[in-house]
Design a protein around this ligand. Structure first.
Ligand SMILES: NC(=O)c1ccc[n+]([C@@H]2O[C@H](COP(=O)([O-])OP(=O)(O)OC[C@H]3O[C@@H](n4cnc5c(N)ncnc54)[C@H](OP(=O)(O)O)[C@@H]3O)[C@@H](O)[C@H]2O)c1
Length: 305
């Protein structure tokens, strides 16, 4: 019997991993480590799995949460605060080592190993720390969520009626992939084993530029949505004060480095591995886009083929 401990299962990616893990192994083999156990979802509560408290900021809680794990999934901490994020990940890795976890899986991100994107730096530091830990590891560079397209596509919001989408520096291809496919793939990878001490990429099966995203949205909405590649200052001016914390100038300037990474083709990488693990086609980006625009299953599907 293999014991699985999975973190982040209340979140977007972790909830998908959890869902698919339970299709593959009995609930008695699964333990969820939750930051906030009282926030356990209905799916977790009804599954019969053991629920433990594991806060990345509280090492003692992690020792208890990870105890007895053969395989541990560390879902990365959702923050852009570099130092805090790395500290949290180091706490999880250190706890895994203390309690003798046999195989650690870490969800990294699809940018390059020498990325210029600010968002990748905490993952690069974590990957290095994990590799040097002496633990058996598998680093999964999870592809860019199709569901997160507005973050890359100038915070596009179809409801505000604006047809000009400004990005800084450069457009580039992105091998978008759905969070559900990533979750299923991550669960299968953990159960099937292998890939010890390797860094893998789970990407979508085709790369689509932001200009192509503009064309797809234009077609779907019957509007003329234009991608404008402009200066960083223009990008900041267009977004500052909007989108909650993402409208803070500090965030916007950091996020602008993403487009320098696009220019280098960092996300323009298609790896067949996820399709191989899932043994099926991946969910197309266009399907997620339609769902997010509220058009899936609508008259558009029936008559606008
Ligand atoms: N690949 C991509 O395109 C992409 C896009 C966006 C983000 N990401 C990153 O990928 C990771 C997972 O994404 P996601 O969509 O699943 O994020 P998410 O929905 O924000 O989920 C994050 C999970 O982390 C848990 N958490 C929060 N604080 C914690 C702590 N102190 N200790 C332990 N767990 C804690 C949350 O628990 P609670 O529910 O209790 O708060 C939640 O379960 C995040 O790091 C996210 O930033 C990737």
């Amino acid at each position: 019997m293999v014991k699985y401990v999975v973190t982040g299962t209340t979140g977007g990616l972790g909830s998908q991993v959890f869902k698919y893990l339970l299709k593959l192994v009995p609930a008695t083999d699964v333990i969820v480590s939750l930051y906030n156990p009282s926030g356990a979802t209905q799916a977790i509560k009804e599954s019969g799995v053991e629920i433990r408290r594991g806060d990345y900021g509280d090492p003692a809680s992690l020792d208890k949460a990870f105890a007895g794990a053969d395989k541990l999934l560390i879902i990365s901490y959702p923050s852009i605060a570099h130092e805090l994020r790395v500290k949290h990940h180091k706490n999880a890795i250190d706890a895994a080592k203390r309690v003798g976890v046999k195989h650690v899986y870490y969800t990294s991100l699809a940018f390059a190993g020498d990325s210029v994107a600010a968002v990748m730096q905490a993952h690069i530091d974590t990957e290095r720390y994990l590799k040097e830990s002496g633990l058996t590891y598998t680093i999964i560079r999870e592809g860019i969520y199709s569901e997160s397209y507005p973050l890359y596509f100038g915070f596009f919001n179809p409801a505000d009626g604006k047809d000009e989408v400004i990005i800084p520096h450069s457009d580039g291809g992105i091998a978008w992939v759905s969070r559900e496919d990533l979750g299923e793939g991550t669960a299968k990878l953990m159960v099937e084993g292998g890939y010890e001490n390797q860094t893998l990429l789970f990407s979508g099966s085709r790369s689509i530029t932001l200009k192509e995203v503009a064309e797809k949205i234009s077609k779907l909405l019957g509007r003329n949505v234009q991608l404008i590649v402009s200066t960083e200052d223009d990008y900041v001016r267009a977004n500052v004060g909007k989108h909650g914390p993402r409208g803070e100038e500090e965030f916007l300037r950091k996020w602008a480095t993403t487009y320098k990474a696009l220019e280098r083709g960092e996300l323009d990488v298609v790896d067949p591995l996820l399709q191989k693990v899932l043994k099926r086609e991946l969910k197309p980006f266009d399907t997620t886009l339609k769902e997010m625009l509220g058009l899936a299953g609508s008259v558009m599907d029936l008559y606008a083929k």
